[in-house]
Ligand binder design. Structure first.
Ligand SMILES: [Mg+2]
Length: 373
């Protein structure tokens, strides 16, 4: 955790006024996921200003029903947002400029305030984004870096949604035409044999040095069939598999990571780890090959940064992924990713999912995302 040199406070936000409104996104094509077909999904849009200026920061609290740990029902979620409004009225939060990176960091009182919201990662993420935008007095700037200045790009994977074989095949063709060199497929939804046929067809067209194939099982395999499934996927030179088994089976997960039939990426498994110690224990016990980080689910910005630091300390690679955020949240995740020296394609290409999305500052070109000014 970063300690503050109080002589170095860059800006203090006082008298903060927060408001929120619900936004229901409509899917262009109903999104097939392991939790069934999604037709709509909700986010709460925060507007935050402080006494110091008329600028209003806009940020997004994005939830996925059935997955976001803090979301049980709308009424309770809104009560938490109301609680946050009241807390912010009486709080002043300061930032300081880190002398090595020149990045604004939350000061000690800011980090302590955010820590109180650690079990509400979507709200914490929205709040962190709003505070950083307020600091920069720009909704185009959550992190000020080469990416947000339009000078660099981020490589991303193309996401193929679940559906029948012809629907998946059609999406794959589109992704290849669009120039992606990494695609991500959901597996474990239809018959594995059909999914393997799709991957096999893909491998016949493009070898693993031309096209990386990531798969995500969202916990679909059982103790009985997981090893066989991993062997079949490994034969097709799949890059990695997200969450092959359902959460909470730590011993089996550790064995699978150790056996490394196919490199394993943890995703849902990370959701219930809130403290630094819990994160450290999970990574050191399971020793996964990768972790997949979603700020709206995995501890907001500060929590994600903590995961990255721990992953790197333990020799584990990682990538960031959006979790059905609209364009407001997506921009923040892309700018957060750009704070790091990225080794792997990120999972950021979901901006065109909704028919009533917000205007986007991100464009996708040949498998790379860029911020336009
Ligand atoms: Mg996943």
């Amino acid at each position: 955790m970063v300690l503050i040199d109080v002589s170095n406070v860059a800006r203090t936000l006082d008298g903060m006024k927060l408001t929120y409104r619900k936004h229901t996104f409509n899917f262009n094509i109903p999104g097939g996921t392991s939790r069934g077909m999604l037709h709509t999904k909700n986010s709460w849009i925060l507007s935050l200003k402080d006494d110091d200026s008329d600028f209003i920061a806009i940020a997004e609290c994005s939830i996925i029903e059935g997955l976001s740990p803090e979301f049980t029902e709308e009424g309770k979620y809104v009560q938490e947002l109301d609680k946050l409004i009241n807390q912010l009225k009486d709080t002043s939060l300061s930032f300081f400029i880190d002398k090595d990176s020149l990045v604004p960091k939350f000061s000690k009182n800011g980090l302590e305030f955010l820590l109180e919201w650690v079990r509400f990662p979507s709200i914490k993420f929205g709040l962190e984004c709003a505070l950083l935008s307020l600091f920069h007095k720009s909704n185009a700037l959550i992190f000020d870096n080469e990416f947000s200045q339009g000078k660099s790009t981020i490589q991303v994977n193309g996401l193929v949604w679940m559906g029948d074989v012809s629907f998946m095949q059609k999406q794959i063709e589109e992704k290849l035409e669009q120039g992606y060199s990494t695609i991500k497929l959901k597996v474990g939804a239809i018959e594995l044999s059909s999914e393997l046929k799709i991957i096999e067809g893909l491998r016949k067209q493009l070898s693993s040095d031309k096209l990386a194939i990531r798969v995500d099982a969202n916990g679909a395999f059982s103790r009985e069939n997981v090893r066989g499934s991993l062997h079949e996927l490994a034969q097709l030179e799949v890059h990695s598999i997200e969450q092959p088994i359902a959460v909470g089976q730590i011993d089996l997960l550790r064995e699978l990571c150790h056996e490394n039939i196919l490199p394993i990426a943890l995703d849902e498994e990370l959701i219930s780890c809130y403290s630094y110690a819990e994160k450290q224990t999970l990574l050191q016990t399971v020793k996964p090959q990768f972790i997949v980080l979603k700020p709206s689910l995995h501890g907001g910005i500060v929590g994600t940064q903590e995961w990255i630091q721990l992953a790197e300390n333990n020799g584990i690679d990682w990538w960031l992924t959006s979790a059905l955020e609209g364009n407001i949240g997506l921009l923040a995740i892309a700018q957060l990713a750009a704070e790091y020296d990225l080794k792997l394609p990120q999972g950021l290409g979901t901006g065109s999912l909704f028919s009533n999305n917000f205007p986007s500052l991100l464009v996708l070109e040949n498998g790379y995302v860029k911020q336009v000014l």
